[in-house]
Design a protein around this ligand. Structure first.
Ligand code: FUC
Length: 766
């Protein structure tokens, strides 16, 4: 390895990461109101989400509250299923897949077979009275401020609307102003997709009561006019606002969900409390507190690829990008949008971002708007560590911890194994047993994969308390399950996983490659964690002894990485899942140090082809970034950012006018996977080194990034021009060793906690 001696001027400054504000406007904008839901603009605070349509005459905000689900507290394990485990395995070892599947369907599946659905809550309707023709229409989502805005003229008066959902105050806010006395006149009402919903005006405002059809949960929302200079009249089922020039509407919403085992909370009380708590808080303070909270997270990271077609409305921009993928600032916008969506859908003690984040208008949503964990939920959280969104992680970790509790019963009852297991889906009741069908439901690595996110959090933060108190218990339990569950393959003698499947491809099998990559990674993480924490060395010894016995990655007849134990891959299979490449990304079971395996993985990806659903395209961006092929990664970005619905575009995945990822239908994973992929092209920090510009595409030859995080507690700002690094600032938060790589050059150095290193710009690091 060539070494370049770099001059670093080492300044020991008190650590603080300050990102420069990007100079280009990070806005999605339109010159027409939304008609379709996928044109409306999302706002959210992690718990309450809204989709703002921006119609001048009839403003509609379709809203959700993250805990409104069908169902009730329930345990899903199949009593006595363990008695069939061995027979299912023997049938699979004997090549009798159909029989194994049948037996599993009868005796091994979750009870009931399906999990529950996330629900929409209602619509807040602002119906204008006496509004004449409108001109100069503008609608935008301002990512820098976490707000949606609408403006237009009518009768010579300017109307402005601003929408946000406050995390500190836990309410949705809509502020309407007109620059003319008494020109703001509207009725405020509710609508809902739930049968039998009730709307009532009371002394505080307007309440909406809903109850889900299939289940026990009730929801209540309260909307009130918080500040207004007009006349407010609360009617039986709406609120009239007349002769005003400004009005601030607040909306609070809650459900009877308390936690996954209890559904006895009082939503009415929660709304009342919110109303009372905010009584003395004025518009300015509410807005200021939102901005402070939001910007504190959002501003920690910035991205600039130079100019693009910001002057085009975003829907038009997507269309143009498809025709000519030359719009660098669209990629920066897309990446920041991913961060915005994460901040807006995953905060505090709440639920993590589900398949649709928190934004769902359907009573029967696609795939239940649940947490599918054979790719989707994990993909949601891929960009979080690197782009400074630590504040969004707790909901995911809480879900993992709760699944570790419910999954213990499934491990016991279905596998007679210690530890815990989560199959390919979970819902708000923390179902962990195999659902839907044996051929994809019996997949055992969901929990193990998720726990790697906790290990990764330790790697990024160096937080040993977190490692000991939160990560270790669930990692230990996930690994313990596999200690009991792995079996010896009678042919090869390797330890294999099974019954399981290579997600959604090929049915029930023994020994899918993906499982082994995940289990190996989990075991390695546990061994390392036990060393760092100096605990459970016996357990760690057990894992160390098993590790080399787990079936290895294998190269097959077409030069491909085998998806299964046997060499049965079909080179013409263009399945959207590419699970056996987990070891390339997000894992690093396979790196360039094993060149042959890396090339086999690349061969597999070529055979799968470029096309796919939204999340599949997004995953492929990340793969090609790890393969260090920036232009190929960019090709996938091009596909992901092209219009989802266009008569001349024949491929599936893409983006809707509001830049929501199209599976289709809308699924948010592609937004997050795309964000992660864009960052992976610029910096990677797995495999014990920080690689700068590992897969820079020609289309992004110049740019800069600030506040990007790397494993080992490093935070970097750097810029590049014509494909060459021009500037680098590296901050170490926790001290330690660092290897920095640019192309074939690398440099190593030690750092003290809270130090900054500046790259001397005179040395051209190429
Ligand atoms: C997995 C994928 C589907 C979809 C669903 C929610 O089952 O195979 O494409 O994303 O999750």
């Amino acid at each position: 390895m060539k070494k370049l001696i770099l001059l670093f001027s080492i300044l020991t400054l008190l650590f603080s990461c300050q990102a420069d504000k990007p100079d280009s406007a990070f806005k999605l904008w339109y010159d027409e109101p939304a008609v379709e839901w996928e044109e409306a603009l999302p706002v959210g605070n992690g718990r309450i989400g809204g989709m703002v349509y921006g119609d001048p005459q009839r403003e509609q905000i379709q809203f959700n509250e993250e805990t409104l689900w069908t169902g009730e507290p329930h345990e899903y394990q199949h009593p006595g299923a363990y008695q069939y485990l061995d027979t299912i395995r023997q049938l699979l070892f004997a090549g009798k897949q159909l029989e194994a599947d049948r037996l599993a369907m009868q005796n091994f599946m979750s009870i009931p077979l399906r999990q529950k659905f996330y629900q929409p809550f209602g619509d807040l309707i602002i119906e204008m009275v006496d509004l004449n023709e409108t001109t100069d229409y503008h609608r935008e989502l301002d990512l820098d401020e976490g707000m949606a805005r609408v403006s237009f003229n009518s009768d010579g008066y300017q109307h402005h609307r601003e929408f946000w959902v406050s995390y500190p105050d836990q309410v949705m806010a809509a502020r309407l102003t007109v620059n003319g006395k008494r020109k703001l006149n509207f009725d405020l009402a509710f609508n809902s997709a739930h049968e039998g919903f009730v709307v009532e005006g009371n002394e505080d405002g307007l309440s909406l009561k809903v109850k889900v059809q299939d289940g026990v949960l009730k929801g209540e929302a309260l909307a009130w006019i918080h500040e207004c200079d007009g006349i407010i009249t609360i009617k039986e089922n709406h609120i009239q606002v007349r002769d005003a020039s400004s009005a601030l509407i607040l909306l609070s919403a809650a459900t009877s969900f308390r936690d996954y085992q209890n559904a006895d909370a009082s939503p009415a009380l929660a709304c009342q409390n919110s109303f009372q708590d905010l009584k003395d808080k004025n518009y300015k303070t509410l807005r200021k507190d939102h901005l402070k909270d939001y910007k504190n997270i959002y501003d920690s990271f910035s991205l600039d690829f130079g100019k693009g077609k910001d002057s085009l409305p975003t829907n038009e921009r997507i269309l143009q990008f498809w025709k000519n993928p030359d719009d660098p600032s669209l990629l920066a916008l897309y990446a920041q949008y991913g961060r915005y969506l994460m901040i807006s859908s995953s905060r505090g003690d709440g639920q993590p971002a589900n398949l649709q984040g928190i934004w769902n208008p359907h009573i029967k949503p696609p795939w239940g708007s649940k947490w599918t964990v054979n790719i989707n939920t994990e993909m949601n959280y891929w960009p979080v560590e690197a782009t400074g969104l630590e504040d969004c992680l707790n909901p995911l970790f809480k879900l993992i911890e709760e699944c570790a509790e419910s999954g213990k019963k499934v491990a016991q009852e279905q596998y007679r194994a210690r530890g815990w297991v989560l199959h390919h889906n979970t819902d708000i009741w923390r179902g962990t047993a195999p659902i839907n069908a044996a051929n994809h439901g019996i997949w055992v690595s969901g929990g193990a994969w998720l726990t790697t996110h906790m290990w990764e959090h330790y790697l990024y933060s160096g937080d040993k308390d977190f490692l000991l108190n939160r990560a270790w218990p669930v990692m230990h339990g996930a690994a313990q399950f596999f200690v009991d569950y792995l079996v010896e393959d009678p042919v090869s003698g390797w330890l294999v996983s099974g019954p399981s499947n290579s997600p959604e491809n090929g049915g029930l099998v023994m020994g899918p490659t993906m499982d082994h990559q995940i289990i190996r990674s989990l075991f390695r993480a546990c061994i390392e964690a036990s060393e760092i924490l100096e605990i459970e060395t016996d357990f760690s010894d057990t894992l160390s002894a098993m590790l080399p016995r787990i079936a290895p990655n294998q190269i097959g007849q077409y030069g491909q990485l085998q998806e299964w134990m046997t060499d049965i891959d079909n080179p013409n299979n263009h399945h959207r899942h590419v699970s056996h490449l987990w070891g390339v990304h997000p894992g690093y079971d396979i790196t360039w140090e094993q060149k042959e395996l890396m090339e086999a993985a690349m061969q597999s990806l070529n055979q799968r082809g470029d096309e796919g659903t939204g999340w599949s395209l997004a995953w492929k961006i990340n793969f090609w970034a790890r393969f260090k092929d920036g232009n190929r990664a960019y090709k996938l970005v091009h596909m992901l950012l092209s219009p989802a619905e266009h008569p001349d575009r024949k491929i599936r995945g893409g983006s809707y006018p509001n830049l929501f990822d199209a599976h289709p239908p809308f699924q948010i994973d592609g937004n997050f996977g795309g964000t992660s992929g864009i960052v992976e092209m610029l910096i990677q920090s797995h495999n014990n080194e920080i690689q700068l510009l590992p897969a820079l595409p020609d289309a992004l030859a110049s740019g800069s990034i600030t506040g990007v995080r790397a494993r080992g507690g490093f935070i970097l700002d750097f810029s590049w021009k014509d494909g060459k690094l021009t500037n680098l600032k590296l901050m170490s938060t926790i001290g330690g060793n660092c290897t920095l790589r640019l192309g074939s050059y690398s440099v190593q150095f030690d750092s003290e906690p809270d130090t900054r290193f500046y790259f001397d710009g005179k040395l051209n690091m190429k």
